[in-house]
Design a protein around this ligand. Sequence first.
Ligand code: RB5
Length: 150
Amino acid sequence: MSNRIGIASDHGGKILKEKVSVFLRSQGWDVKDFGPSVQSQESVDYPDFAAMLGREVSSGSLPRGILICGTGIGMSIAANKISGIRATVVWDEFTAKVSRQHNDSNVLCLGERVLNHDRAIDFLSLWLEIPFEGGRHQNRVNKISQLERT
Ligand code: RB5
């Protein structure tokens, strides 16, 4: 598995993005940060950042990505419009684990305003480690891909 990962946020997620990026780099991940900068005072539109990251995951240029906004919800709605993206809002160990095992999540969405940031880093680590189970779940993921063509 590649150690490359993308990360992006809006203004509502840039503080947690900075914490997550520092953590990932300390663990040896090669992090591509799409912005915005933690110092920026600008209010930005989360679909723009979801699109930049999502397109690189969709094309295969990045294997996985992390999107952070106030709740994680707007980012997930936007990213899931892009072909090949399975963006999952995750809020604890169980949802982090199952989003990998069952949904083959390739984009993790976090909410800076609704999560304890230290806990978020704990379950983010699970999401990074846990493999997709395949089997009956592969068939279901294939059906999700088919919906992209409808
Ligand atoms: C921005 O204020 C906020 O709407 C955004 O970060 C996010 O929570 C949207 O889903």
